[in-house]
Design a protein around this ligand. Sequence first.
Ligand SMILES: [Zn+2]
Length: 213
Amino acid sequence: MKVLVVSDVVSPAVYNEAAPERFGHIDLAFSCGDLPYDYLEFIVSALNVPLLYVHGNHDRPLLTDGADLEAPRGCINVHRRVVEAEGLLVGGLEGSPRYRPGARFQYNDREVRGLIRRMTPRLLVNKILRGRALDVLLAHSPPRGIHDHSDPAHQGFPALLTFMDRFRPRYLIHGHTYPRPGEFPQLEYRGTSVIQVQGHTVLEVSPWDCGDG
Ligand SMILES: [Zn+2]
């Protein structure tokens, strides 16, 4: 199935009145965070597809006429959860490494391990009943050593390496970091495709049990 993935930067090609025509073949949309909520709401209404998302460290409430909007309307937050969408099992982990004490959507590696522990019962049930823990992990930040940078805000989480070792998602899709020169946006880690998105991309995605992998 075709999935539109957006992250970090608003793409003029998507935020466009021609979007329904351009992306009419899309089955599902993912956001890896750091995007305005009204942009995500536009995607849902223009393409009429479910949009699954995690928050990025730069996410802020959307100022509306009434109260501040804390989350995009009509979109599905998959942080700390595993949900099924169009036959795909999709989990999520929001946020970046902590670089400012007390800030929202920032975690240290120990906290990320705690979040993963809370997802573990569902992942294990999926493994038993569905033959795989999950197909896709949506994350804002990359794993340690893959698409990450050396500054504290952009270091990858070691916990995500452990997650892939244990639960073997087919894809880990993230944003947050910009590609370094010569680095591929899709890298393989022990059977998981780690895919970095900035702006937008369209991916052909299939679950573990009905694809060619
Ligand atoms: Zn970020």
